[in-house]
Ligand binder design. Structure first.
Ligand code: DGI
Ligand code: FE
Ligand code: FE
Length: 199
């Protein structure tokens, strides 16, 4: 496992800018820690974490062409904002270049920007680690860091709220997967809260 991590580290060092490289290592470390805390395999989490932005160097045109070639069903927001496709491209690079076959790792890379309904534990860990790695700065991140180790679902809703607010402030369209993920997890969290109150 360490061999593949070193190989990926070399790749992202070469392909990504210095800050994105550092961010990727931060997401790897935090993914590993969250996995230990929440009962996921830390090595799977580390692999998904270090790879999550490995598709970020692809141009919009290249990303669209590569996904078109495999019959990917683009949605309207992705057509408008091809930056949102770097997770899908990352999963493709992980599979084709690094021979990652674990569908759970490929899924976590693919959905790390927008989330999706039915997220696995590993999907949630990488999505949240991307948000709270040490390079993310600002008062907004402290509560997220605390809740991430207490309640992944509650943290996920906070991250989705933050993304949606950010995207709306910029006057941009919101990806439907983020809305659907937020609704699904929010209703789960709310139901659990109501259950506890009734006990
Ligand atoms: O790749 P990162 O910068 O580490 O973070 P990311 O993959 O979570 O997000 C990449 C960018 O995508 C970020 O600038 C915010 C933007 N984004 C996330 N969700 C949406 C979005 N942009 C639009 N237009 N709509 C979304 O729903
Ligand atoms: Fe990303
Ligand atoms: Fe990232």
């Amino acid at each position: 496992m360490n061999g593949i991590l070193a190989e990926i580290q070399g790749y992202i060092h070469e392909k990504l800018d210095r800050e994105r490289y550092r961010h990727s290592l931060g997401v790897m470390d935090v993914s590993r820690k969250l996995a230990i805390c929440h009962g996921e395999d830390p090595e799977r989490a580390a692999l998904a974490g270090i790879l999550h932005d490995c598709g970020k160097h692809c141009s919009d045109a290249d990303a669209i062409a590569r996904l078109q070639a495999v019959g990917y069903a683009f949605n309207l927001v992705e057509r408008f904002e091809p930056e949102l496709l770097h997770g899908q491209i990352g999963a493709m690079i992980a599979r084709e270049h690094f021979h990652v076959t674990d569908p759970g790792i490929l899924s976590a890379i693919a959905c790390h920007t927008t989330g999706k309904t039915g997220m696995s534990l590993l999907d949630k860990i990488v999505y949240i680690a991307d948000y709270i790695e040490p390079g993310r700065e600002g008062d907004w991140v402290y509560p997220l860091r605390r809740v991430a180790y207490q309640d992944l679902d509650r943290c996920l809703v906070m991250c989705a709220d933050s993304t949606m607010t950010f995207v709306m402030r910029k006057g941009k369209p919101i990806h439907p997967d983020t809305v659907h993920m937020r609704n699904e997890i929010l209703m789960t969290v709310t139901r659990q809260g109501q259950g506890q109150e009734a006990e």
